[in-house]
Design a protein around this ligand. Structure first.
Ligand SMILES: Cc1ncc(COP(=O)(O)O)c(C=O)c1O
Length: 394
């Protein structure tokens, strides 16, 4: 008996591979500095948790609307209006089980077999695999380090074919922390409009940013809004990864298609989680601001430490909680067969007990990613060990 042929093309998540190795080492009593983690280290704010607890006690535990609880969609509509300057009806919004699920729903709604999705490199690990799972073809596009790996209009133009259906961007970016400026987005929108290409804009790190430059693509114009599916969620902004709440905001036609798909596959996300997300969106603004302030001071500290290591450079993050580090200068110092970044991370983990994510997971093998979603003392020790490791190679 054969499994689906589709599966043979899917790469198991490199990040999950690393966490498994870290867990095995921890279980055998070896202490690891884990800088590979992709989730906030904060707990969910108490107010949000209490909304979830109340939902259970109030028996909000039955099937509800496929598109999500009405009050939650209203809160999302109001958030998009107030913070992003985009006017949606609540029927344009579909609440899903995490941003990942919102992405899968959207790709299922838009793609026919063989349709191409443009993914600027570096891209978040799951994008290419979700595209393949739903029968699409990921087109991995080179971008330039000089532009902090943000896709330019020319790079986009060069990658379009008659099969191109979607441009998928991540703003702010995991792994670089870069944020697109308004004119950069405008230039991408124009090309997409000229070529009938949808834009999926994954904005899950939107609230974790260190300046006021963030612009949501859909806010640029009515035309931009018509072709854009905004993906967002509460996992990162409100430290609610385990609750699994994300959402899409899109044209009515796309929202309806997403709702049809979601209705058959999962009905809707847990009502208890939706109530907690409602609590987070309506009453946890201050908690979210506090978390961002902590991330900002960690970012400053992590950058200060890294800047002291001569042989590596990095993209200065404007958002999210990662640093994407260029290790290309160490190429001839590491003995590797297939992947520099995997060998680098394995050696660093084995010899210095620090876990990072190899850049190859994001499509760029000359890089590694560290996360500063952990205590300052933890990443300080990790980066100090990185300095020792790099120096030991000379
Ligand atoms: C860029 C990006 N999009 C989506 C997600 C998934 O978010 P969620 O937990 O809401 O599914 C992640 C999580 O790491 C992410 O980094």
């Amino acid at each position: 008996m054969m499994l689906s042929k589709k599966l043979s093309k899917i790469t198991p998540s490199v990040t999950i591979g690393i966490s498994t190795k870290v867990k095995q080492l921890n279980d055998s009593g070896i202490d690891i500095i884990n800088l590979s983690i992709g989730e906030p280290d904060f707990f969910t704010p108490d107010t949000a948790k209490n909304f979830g607890i109340d939902a259970i006690n109030d028996n909000i535990t039955k099937y509800d609307l496929v598109t999500g609880l009405k009050e939650l969609r209203l809160a999302i509509k109001q958030k998009l209006e107030k913070e992003n300057n985009i006017i949606y009806d609540i029927d344009d919004i579909v609440v899903s089980s995490g941003a990942k699920h919102a992405l899968s729903n959207s790709l299922m709604a838009l793609l026919d077999p063989g349709d191409e999705v443009i993914l600027p490199k570096p891209f978040w690990v799951s994008y290419s695999e979700i595209v393949k799972l739903v029968g699409g073809v990921p087109i991995l596009v080179d971008t330039s380090k000089d532009n902090n790996f943000k896709l330019t209009a020319q790079e986009l133009k060069n990658s379009i074919s008659d099969k191109t259906k979607v441009l998928l961007i991540n703003n702010p970016s995991n792994p670089t922390g870069a944020i697109y400026k308004k004119d950069e987005l405008q230039a991408l929108v124009e090309i997409c409009l000229e070529n009938n290409i949808f834009i999926m804009s994954d904005e899950v790190y939107e609230k974790i940013r260190y300046n006021d430059d963030f612009v949501s693509v859909a806010s640029l114009s009515d035309d931009a809004k018509n072709i854009t599916i905004t993906i967002n969620g509460l996992s990162k902004s409100a430290s609610m990864t385990g609750w699994r709440i994300g959402y899409t905001a899109s044209s009515k036609e796309i929202a309806k298609a997403i709702s049809t798909i979601q209705g058959h596959l999962v009905s809707h996300p847990s009502t208890v989680s939706q109530r907690a997300a409602y609590g987070a969106l309506t009453q946890c603004e201050d908690d979210m601001i506090n978390m961002v302030n902590i991330y900002r001071s960690r970012r400053d500290k992590a950058v200060e430490l890294l800047s002291k290591i001569d042989k590596v450079s990095y993209i200065n993050p404007e958002g999210a909680f990662y640093l994407f580090i260029d290790i290309s200068k160490l190429k001839d110092k590491i003995d590797f067969k297939d992947s520099l970044s995997i060998e680098f991370c394995n050696k660093f983990l084995d010899e210095y007990r620090v876990a990072l994510v190899p850049g190859i997971a994001f499509g760029l093998d000359d890089y590694v990613r560290i996360s500063y979603a952990c205590e300052v003392s933890v990443f300080t020790e990790g980066i100090n060990r990185l300095e020792k490791f790099v120096n030991s190679l000379y």
